[in-house]
Design a binder for this molecule. Sequence first.
Ligand code: TXA
Ligand code: MG
Length: 349
Amino acid sequence: MDTIIEKIQETHPDEEVVSRAGSILRAGGLVAIPTETVYGLAADALDEEAATRIYAAKGRPSDNPLIVHITKMEDLEVIAAEIPDIARQLAEKFWPGPLTMIFRKTDRVPYGTTGGLDTVAVRMPSNKISRAVIESGGGFLAAPSANTSGRPSPTTAAHVIEDLNGKIEMIVDGGATGIGLESTIVDVTAPVPVILRPGYVTKAMIEEVTQEVVMDSVTDGNDKDERPKAPGMKYKHYAPRAEIILVDGQMEEVIRKINQFVENAQAEGKRAGIIATQESRDSYPHEWVRCIGTRADEETIAHNLFQVLRSFDQDQVDVIYSEVFFQEGIGHAIMNRLCKAAGNHVIHV
Ligand code: TXA
Ligand code: MG
């Protein structure tokens, strides 16, 4: 199929483009839209057939549930069977924004949207384009990240085009997304809320609302045998085509070792890439060095991570060596994505 691609400004979303996107969605079609986190691949969440088409376009396993995006609290009542007080408090503080909460679902939400689960993930995004399209599309849009399953999430329309051009009806190009990592997911169905996926909203930020919140041990990589509670977390994710190896240790030693690994790889005829920071980039005298941002502001690293991972595909590198980051604040989410992309391959030096 021919995919319609339309540019749009977040400051003044073009009404004609928004209403075209809305008509496609109401007719059961697929539209990729920017959000403040990453681009999402949207379909009408209450139309089982439409939601199911998302899986085919992404090549996503059908037991991996979708997040339903809404724009107002009244709409939460339509899809969530129970809204605990803690969820209202978290919504008050973080919605609209990069937080997803898991609720028990009502009958209005088809199992095709929830991957067969009795719970539903809900998020209220703040990006004006996504909000306009959600409203125009009927108010309830299922939207996973708009990448081919397993690849890094898209943070620009060009990434969406790479993965989904010809497979979906429309791509709304609203420029690069701000945050660059997916939302924090919190399960509020349990007595104590559980973070299933770290994101821009950190554990410390959630603790300002509720003293009690725990990090799912499986998500965090501490419990390898158990099945993650966010089904999507069990799949290989965020990966560029090349193998990624994380190198952890004292900065000087990390730089020395990465340089050595790259020289060894080159000696074997391999093309090796490096993920460096503004602070370290000049210490790597090699060709495929990418600066991911500055350690002085880790939000820059979050913003660039997926873009940098994808850029190595164009360079056709065989292996990528990366520095690691502190597991604090947004660094926790950055390391969660990097570790998954690397299949947890970390060398301690
Ligand atoms: O920032 C985001 O959350 C982006 C934008 C587009 O909103 N969306 C996104 O969706 O990252 P996706 O599908 O790539 O990731 C959704 C994650 C998956 O790991 C999935 O398993 C989990 O949420 N999830 C969805 N519904 C769930 C449920 N009912 N229970 C547990 N986990 C759920
Ligand atoms: Mg995803």
